[in-house]
Design a protein around this ligand. Structure first.
Ligand SMILES: Nc1ncnc2c1ncn2[C@@H]1O[C@H](COP(=O)(O)OP(=O)(O)OP(=O)(O)O)[C@@H](O)[C@H]1O
Ligand SMILES: [Mg+2]
Length: 179
């Protein structure tokens, strides 16, 4: 499903205040792994070792400095934004900080509907509402008719992090420690 080969990421950072010179930080230094379909994969390592940077590159939220990423048979290391859009339909990220990830001015209905519209899933408002309700149900935000109207501040930390693949398991803060 996912194959990562010798992935690297360098960041250019200012050396110090008022100095023009830049220095190169190596955030990910040649990592390789494969994740077969249907498998749960955990990456563990000390703070700052490059886990989040690796995840952001896999999602192509960050450009890759070197190496190769193949997702579902497609080399996505350097694909166009258009092609990337097709691939992104099959990817999902639950960010570290659920308080930062959800727009406080948007209701659960709007938050969950937005990607459906972006990726042209569902042809009518009514169909999308049905999808949103079934997604809420599948992550145990029940009754879904009640949760769909709520805003992020009306949810618990764990409720904000529910992902579609959790199916019964509660991805609460203990399962998403900082890191
Ligand atoms: N935009 C950036 N510019 C410069 N350096 C960065 C940038 N983003 C991350 N880094 C550096 O890259 C390294 C890896 O960071 P990353 O966020 O991937 O770590 P992590 O393994 O997720 O850590 P944590 O467990 O603390 O979340 C760190 O040394 C970090 O300071
Ligand atoms: Mg991290």
């Amino acid at each position: 499903m996912l194959s990562v080969e010798n992935l690297r990421k360098y960041f250019e950072v200012e050396k110090r205040f008022l100095s023009r010179s830049k220095t190169r930080v190596s955030a990910v230094d040649g990592i390789s792994f494969e994740i077969p379909k249907g498998e749960v994969f955990a990456m563990v390592g000390e703070s700052g070792c490059g886990k989040t940077t690796t995840g952001r590159m896999v999602l192509r939220l960050l450009d890759v400095s070197d190496g190769k990423i193949v997702f579902d048979g497609v080399d996505i290391t350097k694909v166009s934004q258009r092609k990337l859009k097709q691939v992104r339909r099959k990817m999902q990220v639950v960010f570290q900080d659920p308080y930062d990830s959800l727009n406080p001015r948007m209701s659960v209905r709007q938050i969950v509907s937005e990607p459906l519209m972006t990726y042209h899933i569902g042809t009518s408002e009514a169909e999308r509402e049905g999808i949103v309700l079934s997604v809420l149900k599948s992550v145990e935000l029940e009754p879904p008719e009640e949760f769909i109207e709520r805003y992020p501040h009306e949810l618990s930390g764990g409720q904000r992090q529910r992902g579609r693949d959790s199916q019964g398991a509660r991805p609460d803060s203990q399962l998403h420690p900082r890191g």
